[in-house]
Design a protein around this ligand. Structure first.
Ligand SMILES: Nc1nc2c(c(=O)[nH]1)N[C@H]1C(S)=C(S)[C@@H](COP(=O)(O)O)O[C@H]1N2
Ligand SMILES: [Mo]
Length: 200
């Protein structure tokens, strides 16, 4: 791992004029938002799976996952409840790198993430195929805190943060869209903060 972080905080230019999306306020705190408690995990039995519309379904142990090529990025974090935290440093594996390893079918259009607490969240495949979508295991150079999704979480700096599954342990490639936990309860499928896509 290198200390140099790739700064992707300017990705907002693709979506809007302001780094802070409309209706958000900047905070220096890093609040915890979880639908239920922090789940236990066991590094000996933890397994990360890639399933669905792929050439090769993957099942990776914690050690195998940690051996994948990783990078550190400086990113902004936007919670749909109205706070944004700038300049978060996350280290992990990019979504496109993982997708390439599995070999995604041409007819895959959507992705479902699943997590140890039963949480799920979905995104169109094209919104996942970005270098900034990371499976992150470190925050600010330290192991990702358990309440922030340790051992492994997804981060989606171009989307509201509910698209980033904490405690992620599965990715399924889909040929038709399905809805995740909050999406079934009325939250936006696409969740673009600069368009204030909070609800659907
Ligand atoms: N597995 C899981 N992932 C989750 C959630 C959850 O309840 N369970 N909450 C989501 C929501 S609504 C937000 S805003 C962010 C919060 O991340 P944080 O607790 O690290 O701030 O995690 C998202 N990922
Ligand atoms: Mo959230």
């Amino acid at each position: 791992m290198t200390n140099d972080a790739i700064d992707v905080t300017d990705l907002y230019r693709e979506f809007g004029d302001e780094r802070l999306p409309p209706g958000q306020r900047e905070t220096s705190a890093f609040p915890v938002l979880s639908k239920s408690g922090t789940p236990d995990w066991d590094p000996e039995t933890w397994e990360f799976t890639v399933t669905g519309a792929v050439d090769e379904e993957l099942s990776l142990s914690w050690d195998e996952f940690r051996d994948l090529p990783s990078e550190t990025q400086q990113q902004d974090f936007h919670c749909v409840t109205g706070w944004s935290k700038f300049d978060c440093r996350f280290t992990g594996v990019s979504f496109p790198a993982l997708a390439e390893r599995a070999g995604v079918y041409d007819d895959a259009v959507h992705v479902m993430f699943s997590a140890l607490d039963g949480y799920t969240t979905d995104l169109p495949l094209e919104d996942c195929m970005r270098e900034e979508v990371l499976f992150a295991w470190a925050y600010d150079g330290e192991d990702l805190p358990e309440d922030h999704g340790g051992p492994l979480r997804v981060v989606t700096p171009h989307k509201y943060a509910y698209k980033g599954a904490k405690w992620v342990d599965g990715v399924e490639f889909l040929t038709e869209a399905q809805r995740g936990y909050w999406e079934k309860r009325g939250y936006s499928e696409t969740a673009n903060p600069w368009e204030e896509e909070r609800y659907s």
